[in-house]
Ligand binder design. Structure first.
Ligand code: ZN
Length: 184
């Protein structure tokens, strides 16, 4: 049974390996993807919902991530339009990042105690293979673009904490206390 590895685990701080294209549909890789999906769905982060996971987060040093909105199903049509697409990205590359950036709130399944604000490109274009080994390209803005950048960072051994302009302790927020700045 796949589980999240702790924040200090070396695999979260190492550059992950590419998956040979012919291996994408193999039982081994399909099992890893299944494990990632199971862990994402099992994630209980209090008020925080899991929407994406990268293979290193379950201790697998391979370049795979997936996005799936596990939050409560939204009924409102407009909210439904904002729901994240479900996708699997193997050997993803960010082929384009907008020059325009914004400060985005960011949390991570692998970082239990805090979230933060990170400067991210507002738009990103991703090139990857899906779980069937087919290549695709997808452009995104807003939250989806942010997730692309966060997940590709995971594959390069980078946590949002390494990039955060501000880190907010979850406990402190709950108690209404002031935020803690990170020293860069
Ligand atoms: Zn993360």
């Amino acid at each position: 049974m796949a589980t999240l590895v702790p924040e200090s685990h070396p695999v979260l701080h190492t550059i992950a390996d590419e998956v040979p294209r012919e291996d994408i549909t193999s039982a081994r890789i399909q099992k890893i993807i299944k494990g990632m999906r199971a862990v994402l769905h099992a994630y209980k982060g209090g008020e925080f919902t899991g929407v994406a996971i990268a293979a290193p987060q379950i201790g697998v040093p391979l370049r795979i991530f997936l996005i799936e909105d596990t939050g409560t199903r939204k009924k409102d049509a407009q909210e439904a339009a904002e729901r994240l697409p479900a996708l699997v990205a193997v050997n993803p590359r960010l082929v384009k990042l907008s020059r325009q950036k914004h400060l985005a709130h960011e949390g991570c399944l692998s970082v239990e105690d805090s979230y933060g604000t990170v400067s991210r490109a507002t738009h990103a274009t991703l090139r990857a293979y899906n779980e069937h080994g087919m290549p695709y390209q997808r452009g995104a803005g807003g939250l989806l673009a942010q997730i692309f950048q966060h997940e590709v960072d995971h594959l390069d051994g980078i946590l949002f904490l390494d990039r955060a302009e501000e880190i907010i302790e979850k406990d402190m927020t709950l108690k209404g206390k002031t935020t803690k700045k990170k020293h860069l």
